[in-house]
Write a protein that binds this ligand. Structure first.
Ligand code: ATP
Ligand code: MG
Length: 222
């Protein structure tokens, strides 16, 4: 469960304060899938990065599974993130010198992961339909294929929460539906909570609950 209360993040641009996220509050139950829709520059990526422990809010609280993540020190927060949360970034985030399989396994280098992680990585690569690209480097993959590898990587730690920033951004309709199906399977199997940021009204509409963002202000939150 995620409880966000009254978070604010401002950037100073040419001496002017810009409120990228302006007093946002919302709750996401464990196993819930919500979407956040909004125009470019409305603060969606900033919101995800505050919730995900990557950008510190100026004020407000983010509680994930009972842990107030911004009260932790940097090390504890990284550890918590690595064990419980995953990001699917808006832009390519694969390490160019690692193969698909190695990229998916990368998070496991930062902690003890239970079970046979390699076998699980291979299962995930199959789930995203890219078994034949197991040993390929990112530069030999299309944008959509890179995206699917990044999605597979997001599941390697069996996260309780997945924060997905335009996860289907550069995919065709069929691959897009495959990813949504994968999300929904992970959601049923592992009770994974999803926050999905998207411009795509159809994708947003498939979430159980839809929030929207405009000029840093979040609406539709319970
Ligand atoms: N590190 C930063 N420094 C200064 N301003 C920033 C920074 N990051 C974001 N902003 C500003 O904050 C606002 C929100 O940006 P954000 O990236 O959250 O928008 P977004 O909704 O994700 O947009 P998009 O749909 O284009 O990805 C924008 O006006 C942006 O220019
Ligand atoms: Mg963004």
């Amino acid at each position: 469960m995620i409880e966000v209360s009254d978070i604010v993040k401002s950037y100073s641009i040419g001496g002017q304060a810009l409120k990228a996220v302006d007093h946002a509050s919302f709750t996401v139950q464990q196993g819930e899938i919500i979407s956040v829709i909004g125009h470019s520059g409305s603060g969606k990526t900033t919101l995800l990065s505050l919730v995900g422990g990557l950008t510190k809010p100026d004020s407000g609280k983010v509680i994930v599974d009972g842990t107030d993540i911004w009260s932790l020190d940097d090390n504890s927060r990284s550890h918590f993130r690595n064990r419980n949360m995953s990001f699917i970034y808006q832009f390519s985030s694969l390490i160019p010198t690692l193969t698909s399989l190695e990229n998916i396994l990368l998070p496991t280098a930062f902690g003890d992961f239970p079970g046979d992680v390699r076998a699980y990585a291979e299962e995930l690569i199959e789930r995203v339909g890219l078994k034949e690209k197991t040993n390929a480097y990112p530069s030999h993959l299309s944008g959509g294929q890179q995206r699917r590898i990044a999605i597979a990587r997001a599941f390697i730690n069996r996260p309780s929460v997945v924060l997905a920033d335009e996860p289907t951004g550069d995919l065709d309709e069929e691959a897009e539906q495959d990813i949504i199906r994968l999300f929904s399977e992970m959601n049923s199997a592992l009770k994974t909570t999803f926050i999905i940021v998207t411009h795509n009204k159809e994708i947003a509409g498939q979430a159980a609950r839809q929030l929207s963002m405009s000029n840093g202000i979040l609406t539709g939150a319970a």
